[in-house]
Design a protein around this ligand. Structure first.
Ligand code: HEC
Ligand code: HEC
Ligand code: HEC
Ligand code: HEC
Ligand code: HEC
Length: 237
């Protein structure tokens, strides 16, 4: 030890730093382990947060392209100004088929010329009415072409409310943004807002399982589920 001490005394500041180096490895070794452990935990948490952000926020943002309706339509104003509420515009034809979104013809009754101050009405009259051009509305609930859906059994026979499947669109003052799935081309309303699949309202999504769930509950065609023989043809013709 003495020799070491002497040596230590002999050598100048360089030795001091060596001394430090000589004693520190043990402490360092421990510290490194703790630091490494800490680093792994921190890395794990950071990784988890990054994945969650990607999965929950970025992925849906990338998956869906956002589109505005060609005209921002105010449902509330219109439901108040027509005679028969919703049915003035969304009605059943004599053959039982549903009229869907009204054609320009119906709007022209009131919008032959601009009547209010609303800039949206001006755009509507200039771009569509005066040119006799139909508005290319985007349909939030549009199903793939292979799906057969008819409003008559639901609204006329089962007396279902529009809100059950569409939510509160009829009372809105602005058209909602339409989100189109870049892969399938379908509207986000079909697969739902919540990517984890939670459903708070009956109108949160309209997937095959959602249709079936209600059909089973209401024993439609003897509770025809996807898995039953012939069951597929209730909704796919
Ligand atoms: C003056 C005509 C008019 C009246 C009255 C009206 N709507 Fe509409 N409705 C429209 C037009 C135009 C659209 C397309 C624009 C849009 O989606 O905002 C539409 C779209 C909808 C949609 C969206 C369907 C989809 O999946 O894209 C629903 C649901 C709807 N209306 C329900 C109702 C209900 C419920 C009422 C009554 C409370 C009502 N509407 C009254 C004209 C009308
Ligand atoms: C029964 C009459 C009537 C019919 C039918 C009607 N509207 Fe209107 N519309 C109105 C009234 C009233 C206003 C409010 C005008 C104002 O004071 O700005 C209005 C306002 C608007 C506006 C501006 C406010 C907004 O919604 O952003 C647009 C756009 C519009 N209508 C589009 C349409 C379309 C599209 C149709 C056909 C699906 C239609 N209207 C059918 C009466 C009608
Ligand atoms: C059982 C669920 C359900 C109910 C109840 C329902 N709808 Fe729909 N609606 C749908 C589905 C699903 C579609 C898409 C149909 C398709 O893609 O062929 C649709 C489509 C529509 C469209 C767009 C159709 C088009 O092609 O122009 C309108 C408008 C609409 N519904 C309005 C209404 C109104 C108004 C009511 C209430 C009287 C109502 N719906 C009740 C499920 C429902
Ligand atoms: C909230 C409940 C509910 C939802 C959601 C629902 N349905 Fe229905 N559906 C019914 C009921 C109830 C009937 C039977 C009506 C009657 O005949 O009295 C029915 C009948 C039908 C029929 C006619 C069956 C027959 O044999 O006449 C078809 C087709 C259909 N639904 C397709 C669909 C599709 C496709 C979806 C999803 C996009 C859907 N339904 C969502 C309740 C629902
Ligand atoms: C209660 C109505 C209903 C029944 C019964 C049903 N489907 Fe569907 N199916 C739908 C709806 C609505 C969609 C579109 C939404 C989705 O992809 O979930 C769909 C979508 C599909 C698709 C994907 C098509 C595409 O373009 O994305 C396939 C494949 C399919 N169904 C097969 C079947 C088969 C096979 C059966 C019977 C074993 C069946 N379905 C029974 C309502 C139904």
């Amino acid at each position: 030890m003495a020799a070491l001490d002497d040596k230590a005394q002999d050598v100048s500041s360089e030795g001091d730093s060596k001394m430090v180096e000589m004693t520190s490895p043990e402490i360092d070794e421990k510290g490194k382990d703790e630091k490494a452990g800490g680093f792994i935990i921190v890395a794990f948490i950071v990784g988890l947060i990054v994945s969650l952000i990607i999965g929950w926020i970025l992925f849906p943002k990338l998956l869906y392209s956002k589109k505005k309706q060609p005209i921002d339509f105010n449902h509330q104003v219109h439901t108040d100004s027509v005679e028969d509420g919703c049915e003035s515009c969304h009605y059943f034809r004599d053959d039982g088929s549903f009229s869907g979104i009204p054609k320009l013809e119906l709007c022209i009754e009131c919008h032959e010329e601009v009547q209010g101050e609303d800039p949206e009405e001006q755009i509507f009259v200039e771009k569509y009415v005066s040119k006799g051009k139909e508005v290319p509305w985007l349909i939030y609930s549009k199903q793939p072409p292979c799906v057969y859906f008819s409003h008559a059994p639901h609204v006329k026979l089962a007396k279902m409310d529009c809100i059950t499947c569409h939510g509160h669109i009829g009372e809105s003052t602005h058209s909602r943004i339409y989100e189109k799935n870049r892969i399938t081309g379908y509207s986000r309303d079909i697969w739902g807002k919540n990517i984890a699949g939670f459903k708070k309202h009956s109108w949160d999504r309209m997937k095959m399982d959602d249709c079936s769930e209600c059909h089973v509950k209401n024993n439609v065609n003897q509770g025809s589920v996807q898995t039953q023989k012939g069951g597929c043809f209730v909704c796919h013709h």
